[in-house]
Design a protein around this ligand. Structure first.
Ligand SMILES: *Cc1c(COP(=O)(O)O)cnc(C)c1O
Length: 392
């Protein structure tokens, strides 16, 4: 009989854990050694080879969560992205890249690829034709990110996988926003799954890490580049990330629940002109999101009506912090135009649909009533202040 694979919370809690044979402690011991025996051993272990006991254990957990054969842990999300890209590309090759992607990945391609003679094209949109139009005879990789930051647009994973197979391309996805709790790209045939583990996998805004999951064969290729570029993660942080990931399943479900409630609340508010959340029926990609995701994440964006100054609104929040980054247990809010997308020209931001009024909200796991109360009092405060100013 085929054994049934464990559920997501069991994978989070147990897969890849190390046994404490000496003292029989309940959790994985932390092996900080950077020097291991080399005679009579099956593996020569060294931190930069991604194969210390803690690194190997955590890689198994990530691979299991992503329904992949193997995984690797990196020093940052960008290390996972850059090493994986360079593993499948060489001089003269071409990459098709989704129109909007994480700013750091955009900068990596624009600033580094020309030095290696690697070509790339961004798509004009998210449809099959938009991707197909950019494929050239020398295309090797197709790169997507869904849901995308900050408008939460959805790319059809089944379509990307089909295009990749048709043209013999390696398909890659940045799965950071969804997390494996909400979206398992390998189930749709995507080859390489990337994460900034700094976000949901870590989840407590206290570490920087990256991860990749793929087939044994693809991971071997990425490892070959990884040992040369040296982007591995320190064992202490690996251990901390393992601890954090034990609660990934329950955390992400709490983020999903809160974000859906708050998206609905904001959507009904008179001072809010637009809410971008794939869990809302009004979102243009709702049905696609429903097809390929199990939950809609804790990320959403919204715009206030022009009469309300976004900066004043954010400054009036008491619990929700104005802060960069995302996906921690605490709620944070930011202006993409001033942070993640500040390096783009105003014209490029406009092309991507990112107005100066847009706010990106990383909904935490606090009680939803407290979050709504904070949003409510901040909206009331700005409106009262602004009305008084007008009268005076
Ligand atoms: C943060 C982030 C990254 C980069 O990760 P780092 O850990 O900061 O290197 C990549 N993709 C997405 C979607 C992100 O949010």
């Amino acid at each position: 009989m085929k054994s049934k694979s464990p559920g997501v919370n069991t994978i989070c809690t147990h897969v890849g854990e190390l046994k404490d044979e000496q003292y029989k402690g309940a959790i994985s011991p932390l092996y900080m050694s950077s020097s291991y025996a080399y005679e009579d051993v099956d593996v020569k272990r060294y931190p930069r080879y991604f194969n210390t006991p803690n690194q190997e254990g955590l890689s198994k957990k990530i691979a299991a969560l992503e329904h992949c054969e193997a995984g690797l842990i990196f020093g940052s999300g960008m290390a996972a992205i850059s090493h994986s890209m360079l593993a499948f590309l060489e001089k003269g090759d071409h990459v098709v890249v989704q129109k909007t992607i994480y700013g750091g990945a955009f900068n990596f391609m624009v600033e580094e690829f020309p030095k290696y003679g690697i070509e790339f094209d961004f798509t004009d949109g998210f449809s099959e034709a938009d991707f197909r139009n950019k494929i050239k005879p020398n295309t090797k990789v197709i790169y997507v990110e869904t849901p995308s930051n900050p408008l939460m647009l959805i790319t059809d994973l089944e379509m990307i996988s089909r295009l990749a197979k048709e043209h013999g391309l390696v398909s890659m996805i940045d799965n950071t926003f969804a997390s494996p709790v909400n979206q398992i790209p390998a189930d749709f045939g995507i080859d390489v799954v990337l994460h900034s583990a700094t976000k949901y996998l870590g989840g407590h805004s206290d570490l920087c890490a990256g991860a990749v999951a793929a087939s044994e064969e693809h991971i071997q290729k990425i490892w070959n580049v990884g040992k040369n570029l040296g982007g591995s993660l320190s064992d202490y942080t690996v251990w901390l990330l393992e601890r954090s990931m034990k609660t990934l399943g329950i955390r992400v479900k709490a983020h999903n629940r809160n974000a859906k409630k708050i998206a609905k609340w904001l959507d009904k508010h008179d001072l809010v002109s637009q809410v971008y959340y794939p869990g809302l029926k009004s979102h243009p990609d709702h049905s696609l999101a429903k097809k390929q995701m199990k939950g809609y994440t804790g990320m959403l964006s919204f715009e206030l009506i022009p009469a309300v100054t976004p900066e004043k609104f954010m400054a009036s929040l008491k619990m929700i912090k104005q802060s960069m980054s995302l996906a921690g247990v605490e709620s944070t809010i930011l202006s993409p135009a001033k942070t993640s997308h500040a390096l783009l020209s105003p014209e490029e931001r406009e092309r991507q649909g990112i107005s100066d009024r847009l706010l990106r909200f990383s909904v935490g796991i606090e009680d939803k009533n407290d979050l709504i109360a904070d949003l409510k009092q901040a909206l009331e405060t700005v409106v009262t202040d602004q009305m008084q100013n007008t009268v005076v």
